[in-house]
Every structure is written in structure tokens, then in C-alpha cells.
Design a protein around this ligand. Structure first.
Ligand SMILES: O=C(O)CCC(=O)C(=O)O
Length: 281
């Protein structure tokens, strides 16, 4: 994995907004390959007939089998994005989730579907909202242009990672008040990073084309990966590069240091203060 330094402006934007846009993270050729592979995985969905009045049938979260595809597997240690995740979290990360999300165009007259504002990984259910930690970052790669509003991009509530409670949504409305709802205009190849505490939701695709994204979630290694993530077996892991091996859960336990990315980080001058268990007083 090549090294890309996180700029101070990027760190500030991520800390202030709870999300970050990285333009042109993927080249056009890579986008084309990912579209081809994702179309294959979602073939049955793309072929389904339209069912009027049922917008939920136009939305697919496909989570299995991504890592069997060459381009989608290569994305696991993608050089323009994963180095930034390492600098925002730490070297002690692995891949936590993989999803291809396709939204077919909706009839603007259909009832609103799945405005499901949420924080990721359900942590508030156990820990509450007030002192929620940052434990993971999702990288959403755009495979189509999202150049106008309401065309299927995930909505972000700016700065909501800092909110100490639930969102306020007036009765009869679908979006929260007191926060800025961002329907970002992005291009194919751009990447949107968002962290687990940032409130976000699926939104309708009222454009004339299918919207396509791939979202990879990275989290600290002590977070159990999603159950559908079929990591390669030992034999396959031995044939991958050390960083991909770490990201795909190649170490037996969480007490094994994250050697591969730690070494990579040191080589590129990323140092962190040690966090000791004890100190001499
Ligand atoms: O379908 C979408 O746009 C929302 C995706 C989402 O909520 C998630 O990845 O957690």
C-alpha cells in the first residue's frame, strides 16, 4: 500500500463534520472494473421488473461475496483511502464490513422509503449516546455520478457525531432539525468517509439512472467483523500481501500486535505516543 499523508485540512474537516470527501480516489478504469464486478453480484436485482408503489424493491444492500471479485478485493488496501483511515484511527484496524448499494430510479410519486437516520454498529444501544467513542470509519466509493440532489447519495448530518442524544425529527417530517442535512454532490471515483457516530440515512434516487456505491467499513481489530464478511482461509491469506492479510483478519487474536500496518506506519514516519499500563510515581 502506498503512503498518502492526511492533510491538516482533511483532519479538521473530518473532526468538525464527522465525514470527509476525497475527490478522485479511484481512476476511471478502476471504477469501470468495480461497476462490472458489482453489476455481476447484483444481476438479479438489476433484472427485476419495476413494482409500482413499492420503492423498497428498488434498493439493494448486497453484502456477500465481494471479496471473491478481483477489483473489489484490491480495494481492501486501496492506497488513496486506507492510509487516511489508518491516520484517523490507528494501525490497529481491520475490514469490518463490505456492501454494494444500488438504488434504482424511483417514481417521484412513490411514498418515501427508508429514511432511517442512524448511527452505525448499534453501539448507542449499549453505551448510550453521550460518550460514544469513534471506533470505525466507512469509505463510500461512488461508482456513478451524484451530481444533483435526490439522486441516491447517502445523506449526512453534518457535525452529528458530536450530538449527545438522538436526532430531533418534527412529527410528519423525515429529516432532522437543528443539524445541517448534506446531500453531497459527488462524482464517480470520489470517496466519502464517515464515522460510526455520524447520523446518516439512505435517501431516494429520483434521478433517471441506477445509483451505485461500494462501502467498506474499517474498525479497530477488537470490533468483530460483520458475520457475512467471508474472509479468505489461512491458505489464501498466505498468498496476500501483509497489509491485506491484517485487514482481512489474518492474525489469530487481538493481542497479536498489528505488525503489518504498524511497520508500514513507522516506515512512513507515523508515530503515536505509547499508552502505558503503569507509570512510575
Ligand atoms: O443506503 C444508503 O445510502 C445508506 C447506507 C448506510 O446507512 C450505511 O452504510 O450504514
Amino acid at each position: 500500500m502506498d503512503f498518502v499523508r492526511l492533510t491538516e485540512a482533511q483532519r479538521t474537516a473530518f473532526n468538525d463534520d464527522g465525514f470527509l470527501v476525497v475527490r478522485n480516489a479511484l481512476e476511471a478504469g478502476t471504477v469501470a472494473q468495480l461497476v462490472e464486478e458489482s453489476d455481476r453480484l447484483t444481476e438479479a436485482f438489476l433484472r427485476k421488473p419495476d413494482i409500482s408503489g413499492k420503492p423498497e424493491y428498488n434498493h439493494l444492500d448486497h453484502r456477500r461475496g465481494l471479496l471473491k471479485e478481483k477489483g473489489l478485493r484490491a480495494l481492501v488496501a486501496n492506497s488513496t483511502t486506507v492510509p487516511l483511515v489508518v491516520q484517523l484511527l490507528s494501525p490497529n484496524i481491520h475490514l469490518h464490513s463490505t456492501t454494494v448499494i444500488y438504488k434504482r430510479p424511483e417514481d417521484p410519486n412513490d411514498p418515501p422509503f427508508r429514511r432511517g437516520w442512524h448511527r452505525d454498529i448499534r453501539i448507542p444501544k449499549d453505551l448510550g449516546h453521550e460518550q460514544l467513542p469513534l471506533v470505525g470509519i466507512k469509505v463510500c466509493y461512488c461508482l456513478t455520478d451524484f451530481s444533483q440532489p435526490n439522486c441516491g447519495m447517502t445523506l449526512m448530518a453534518r457535525g452529528s457525531h458530536r450530538l449527545p442524544g438522538p436526532l430531533n425529527i418534527p412529527k410528519g417530517s423525515v429529516d432532522p432539525v437543528d443539524v445541517e442535512v448534506c446531500d453531497l454532490q459527488l462524482n464517480a471515483g470520489d470517496a466519502l468517509f464517515f464515522e460510526n457516530r455520524t447520523y446518516h440515512t439512505a435517501a431516494p434516487n429520483r434521478s433517471g439512472r441506477v445509483s451505485k456505491v461500494v462501502i467498506y467499513g474499517y474498525a479497530y481489530r477488537w470490533m468483530k467483523p460483520e458475520v457475512y464478511l467471508e474472509n479468505p482461509d489461512e491458505q489464501q491469506l498466505l498468498t496476500t500481501d501483509p497489509i491485506t492479510r491484517q485487514l482481512l483478519g489474518g492474525y489469530h487474536d487481538v493481542d497479536t500486535p498489528p505488525w503489518a500496518i504498524e511497520r508500514w506506519a513507522r516506515r512512513h514516519g507515523l508515530t503515536r505516543d505509547a499508552v502505558p499500563w503503569t507509570i512510575e510515581v
